[in-house]
Write a protein that binds this ligand. Structure first.
Ligand code: NAP
Length: 537
């Protein structure tokens, strides 16, 4: 490591996606701090910078998958579609970065490899891949929940003669599928978005499915000028609804139980929700995520839709999820996913019944035989929530490693801080609603809380804040309790539980008690003098 003097700042932020950009703006322009953002990519965007795969589009609707902190920004930006496509989100974030003059404090192409808390100086010492050293009293991770890619460890991958890509590290120049036999592994939100788009271009697409998934039609379309104007007139109320709801979305969850409704009424409500499409389907009844039988009515409705859409009965059956309930894993939404299996150039392979054994020079071999491929796309997801944090080798008091502190699964207080790691804040960290929420809503709440907390420390001439071990202990129990009050932990292969990464501890990571309830807890903690934290000089 070069023996150079560390560059000093008031705060270092890791990541320039939705959270890092807003955190920079809040600390620099509201508190007047000297802030440095370190970003591995060559541009802003975070998860959207890396996820450029075909069909990449947000599942939250554009008008609320956006910042609310600036009314002027809300009024001037024009979303073109109901769900924004990856390039449109990139244009939006680039616009935000330019508009608030953020880029001058962002260092691109810079990956953080090490961060250690120097107790004597009460400062974080941060080291980058290039050996650069920076220091600041506060370190804020804005690394996203889904940014550490999970490429399965399949023997023989290095021998493959064709191209292969993970969707979360998609080449900037794009990929040409024309005339190619493409294999796609994975049928989560990503695989379900990519399948119809790849199928349009490829000579042949083989989808390798381990777990069949529910999916709701997105019903994407252009946003009319009238719809845009109406939204802009109502933005304050829309944002208020997002902040006071369960998932940070601006709509109500029905008050009706799926079990109290008669069969005809229930069917009619599901049909209506199917027509509207999108993640709102989950809100059709109040108990879809809390009551098994209620959930089964939604699951069975979607199974019926799959049977109705997919012509070949064997393919339809294979596409039909039976091992988990609807939305117990993060529910995908799609544009003609199931319809794509009616195309002549698409086939579905069951790698649950016949697991993948190896990648060969010419394709992929399952226990049932070899599939010859020119290209493989891994839509195999992420080492979610903890992956990007643990990749940085973070060391707290006494040199203790975050990896050791979290050996049995993540432990945090409010998903904001970890005991033993003073002045480290984790935006949308494990233990917060984060991925169960519309992300910008969750991000803004965390950034505002962290900013207010740092302002409080400065106003009171305090130098440090650290979560107490007993508070973290109680919070972990609350996170567990909230999860077990729902059906969410029942899906065996969910990444919410870390179950998709071999060897990862199975702990339900996000806080499932609802966004509004969580935000109120955070507010109360601050109002009660940062209860559960130790503050010091
Ligand atoms: P994912 O939900 O974790 O899905 C990964 C898929 O790969 C699963 O079908 C999984 O099967 C399969 N898989 C993993 N390893 C495998 C192996 N060794 N062999 C065979 N199959 C394997 O990942 P994702 O689809 O990338 O989505 C992750 C999350 O990102 C989403 O849930 C969502 O929160 C977010 N996302 C959002 C959007 C959006 O807003 N538009 C789009 C994409 C993603 P199993 O189920 O059997 O493990």
């Amino acid at each position: 490591m070069p023996d150079t003097q560390a560059a000093d700042y008031d705060a270092i932020i890791v990541g320039a996606g939705f959270s890092g950009l807003y955190q920079l703006h809040a600390l620099r322009d509201r508190l007047g701090l000297a802030v440095r953002v370190l970003e591995a990519g060559d541009g802003v965007g975070g998860t959207w910078y890396w996820n450029r795969y075909p069909g990449a589009r947000c599942d939250s609707e554009s008008y609320y998958y956006s910042y609310s902190f600036s009314a002027a920004l809300e009024q001037e930006w024009e979303w073109s579609e109901r769900y924004p496509e990856q390039p449109e989100i990139m244009r939006y974030l680039d616009h935000v970065a330019e508009r608030f003059d953020l880029k001058r404090d962002i260092q691109f192409g810079t990956r953080v490899t090490h961060a250690a808390f120097d107790e004597a100086a009460a400062r974080w010492q941060v080291t980058t891949e290039a050996g650069e050293r920076l220091s600041a009293p506060f370190l804020i991770t804005a690394v996203g929940c889904l940014s550490s890619t999970n490429v399965p460890d399949i023997p023989g991958l290095e021998s493959f003669r064709g191209e292969w890509h993970h969707t979360g590290r998609w080449p900037h120049q794009g990929v040409d599928f024309r005339g190619k036999r493409v294999g796609l592994v994975g049928t989560g939100s990503t695989g379900i978005q990519a399948t119809p788009v790849i199928a349009r271009d490829a000579l042949h697409l083989t989808v390798f499915q381990r777990t069949a998934n529910y999916s709701i039609p997105a019903r994407n379309g252009p946003m009319s000028a009238e719809a845009r104007a109406e939204i802009k007139r109502n933005y304050a109320a829309i944002r208020e609804k997002s902040r006071t709801g369960t998932n940070g979305h601006p709509w109500d969850i029905s008050e009706t139980s799926a079990l109290e409704a008669g069969p005809e009424e229930r069917m009619a409500l599901y049909e209506d929700a199917w027509k509207v499409g999108g993640l709102r389907f989950r809100a059709a009844f109040k108990d879809l995520l809390t009551h098994r039988q209620a959930n089964e009515t939604a699951s069975e409705f979607i199974r019926g839709k799959i049977r109705g859409i997919v012509h070949d009965p064997a393919t339809a059956e294979l596409l039909t999820p039976r091992d988990h309930g609807f939305a117990t894993k993060r529910p995908p939404i799609d544009t003609e996913y199931f319809e794509t299996f009616n195309r002549g150039n698409v086939s579905l392979v069951d790698v649950r019944a016949h697991p993948i054994e190896a990648i060969t020079p010419d394709g992929l071999r399952t226990t049932a035989g070899e599939h010859r491929l020119d290209m493989i796309v891994f839509a195999t997801g992420f080492d979610a929530m903890t992956g990007p944090l643990l990749a940085m080798d973070i060391r707290g008091r006494g040199g203790a490693a975050l990896a050791d502190a979290w050996a049995a699964g993540p432990r945090s207080y409010l998903g904001l801080q970890v005991a033993g790691f003073p002045n480290l804040f984790t935006i949308t960290g494990p233990g917060s609603p984060s991925v169960l929420c519309n992300m910008p809503t969750a991000i803004e709440q965390h950034v505002d809380w962290i900013t207010d907390c740092i302002r409080h420390l400065r106003d009171h001439r305090l130098a440090r804040i650290e979560a107490r071990e007993d508070a973290a202990e109680r919070w972990v129990a609350q996170v567990n309790e909230a999860a077990h009050a729902t059906l969410l932990p029942t899906a065996a292969s969910s990444w919410y539980l870390g179950a998709n990464v071999p060897g990862k501890p199975r702990v339900f990571m996000p806080y499932a008690g609802g966004f509004a309830r969580y935000a109120a807890i955070c507010r109360d903690v601050a109002a009660n003098g940062y209860e559960g934290f130790m503050l010091g000089r």
